[in-house]
Ligand binder design. Structure first.
Ligand code: B12
Ligand code: SF4
Length: 509
């Protein structure tokens, strides 16, 4: 079969607008399909414009999406479908918003797609019945949405091939080189969609496999995509020691929990030493907040002492830190947000993102906020952490929006440019630039007006009583209609008034 797999770029200007990265699901599936004899290409919009001639000459199109790219993904799915090509969608958004996605695609693969995609191809070739593909949802001849039972997670990652990034158009732009050595995380943060998608029983690939991927990177900088690179200290230490032993020292960055290097007053010097010796030059830390009540509300199981001690330990070994903060928990006030920003400024972290809490589909937190009637728009293009889309408990959405922007303004103030000037200049340009983009200015005007004319939903609402508040939903029509482009008015219409969140037959992957 001739197959095109595509991933849309996030709409608008974003703190990640200059990051040239791909999610690895499509390149991995492409590698497997190519090895099985299919002709496959992967197109990722952040790397370059789509080649629609190639896409529309395919026998099958697969579209991958997260929430912030969903509106574009739907538009692209419609475009391919209008050309008579069968379309399947996959990724964390459509796994949990399956009925919505089936309005634009013929098939939705929920959860992990490595096995399901081969069975789907058999369906397309007419050798298999759609209802036998576990983990797939589809539209039957009479237009009814059918949801097959969920597919269990892959029991092991050992049999997966090395991802061949050369299948991705413009792959030479990808920097740093991504490696994913594990899936899932044993923790249980309330806002996290990773555990809903990839599970709480972490699965790591065999060490040999990771070592081979590092070898293939041939000294190019690496970014480990693992949601939690230090899942098991023993295994991570063994991997790092082997990198050093086999002279595979290479600059790399990874996402870790700050309490991996410092917990309860104890610093893990051995781990820090190995990280540095193996080439680790930066870590991404989900610090979230220094408000202990926020950490507890998120079920983060990380103390402020862990944050302070962990940062000091990392900095003492010369490892740079990117702090990822989430503003707007039910325990947050304007004051506690400002304290978190004060902390970020004084803590010595090199770069930071202060994103607003975002009710991503599939999480416990989202179910709760929706049930409480606090999510006021389903314009997914706004779900990038830079737009407030729900009612916080102790402030208005407008106040939270203002605090988020002010947090970036303060962290990336021109006065602080002296220290780590390259990183800070980039941050300053992005965060100050964001507020000057016309569509963002229009969004902020609309949000402000919305907060002036609407009261927060009563706190007493029972869980399960969620009703979409269409009467108060602002259209945000001016914001982010760019994703729909010239493709379909239906997608734009969706951005302005989504249908209700019906009961989901899916979401239990
Ligand atoms: C790398 C990464 C990034 C990179 C690049 C992302 C990019 N190009 O979009 C950077 C750092 C830029 C980034 C930024 C952001 N990210 Co990010 N990121 C990731 C990360 C860590 C790894 C992605 C990956 O390779 N996964 C592993 C592969 C194997 O999974 P996969 O690609 O989803 O594919 C599998 C299935 O989904 C399925 N599948 C997927 N597509 C398709 C298509 C078809 C046809 C089929 C059959 C199957 C299928 O099969 C695949 C194999 O099993 C994930 C976490 C995670 N574990 O996935 C978060 C994640 C994708 N990011 C997330 C978010 C929210 C963001 C941000 C919006 C905000 C933020 N928190 O910072 C920003 C902005 C990104 C944007 N583009 O809008 C969320 C998305 C959740 C959601 N519902 O939207 C995730 C899941 C993490 C989380 N917090 O929950 N991110
Ligand atoms: S530690 Fe990170 S990956 Fe694990 S559940 Fe919490 S937010 Fe998700």
């Amino acid at each position: 079969m001739r197959i095109s797999l595509i991933e849309p770029a996030p709409p608008g200007f974003h703190i990640y607008s200059f990051v040239k990265q791909v999610r690895l699901g499509l390149p991995l599936i492409a590698t497997m399909l190519r090895d099985a004899g299919h002709e496959v290409d992967v197109q990722v919009e952040v790397l370059g414009e789509f080649d629609w001639d190639t896409i529309l000459a395919s026998d099958f199109v697969g579209v991958s999406t997260i929430t912030s790219t969903a509106m574009k993904a739907y538009a692209y799915a419609e475009k391919a479908r209008a050309a008579g090509i069968p379309v399947a969608m996959g990724g964390p958004h459509v796994t949990f918003e399956t009925d919505e996605a089936l309005e634009f695609a013929d098939y939705v693969v929920r959860g992990e797609g490595e096995e399901a995609v081969f069975e789907l191809i058999e369906v397309l070739l007419g050798t298999r019945e759609a209802q036998t593909v576990v983990g797939m949802s589809w539209v039957d001849e009479s237009g009814v949405h059918r949801h097959n039972p969920s597919r269990p997670l892959l029991s092991s990652l050992a049999d997966l091939p090395h991802v061949d990034l050369s299948l991705v158009s413009h792959h030479e732009k990808i920097d740093p080189r991504p490696i994913l050595s594990s899936r899932g995380c044993p923790h249980d943060c309330e806002f996290c969609s990773v555990i809903m998608m990839f599970g709480r029983r972490p699965r790591s690939e065999p060490e040999d496999h990771t070592i081979e991927s590092i070898r293939q990177a041939a000294g190019s900088p690496i970014f480990f995509y693992d949601d939690n690179f230090i899942l098991s200290k023993g295994a991570t230490k063994a991997l790092l020691a082997r990198m050093i032993r086999e002279r595979l020292r290479t600059p790399f960055s990874a996402q870790i929990r700050v309490d991996s290097v410092y917990k309860g007053g104890k610093t893990d010097h051995e781990l820090l030493h190995l990280l540095v010796e193996a080439g680790c030059d930066g870590v991404y830390l989900g610090l979230e907040s220094v408000n202990p009540e926020t950490l507890a509300a998120f079920n983060k199981r990380q103390s402020v002492d862990d944050i302070v001690g962990g940062l000091a330990a990392l900095h003492s070994y010369g490892i740079t830190t990117h702090g990822m903060f989430v503003l707007g928990s039910d325990a947050d006030t304007v004051e506690s947000i400002r304290e978190t920003v004060d902390f970020a400024i004084s803590s010595g972290i090199s770069s930071a993102q202060f994103l607003t809490l975002t009710p991503l589909p599939g999480t416990r937190q989202t179910a709760r906020l929706r049930a409480e009637g606090r999510v006021f728009t389903n314009n997914w293009s706004l779900y990038d952490g830079l737009h407030v889309v729900y009612w916080p408990r102790n402030m208005s959405p407008w106040e939270l929006q203002r605090e988020m922007l002010e947090a970036h303004r303060r962290f990336y103030s021109p006065r602080r440019l002296r220290t780590n000037s390259r990183q800070r200049l980039k941050g300053l340009l992005i965060t100050h630039g964001w507020e000057r983009v016309p569509e963002n200015m229009a969004y902020m005007r609309e949000l402000r007006a919305f907060c002036r004319t609407n009261d927060p939903p009563p706190l007493s609402q029972e869980a399960g009583a969620w009703q979409p508040a269409f009467d108060v939903e602002p259209a945000f029509a001016s914001a982010r209609s760019d994703g729909a482009g010239d493709v379909s008015g239906r997608v734009e219409a969706k951005a302005q008034g989504f249908p209700s969140f019906g009961p989901k037959a899916t979401g239990d992957v």
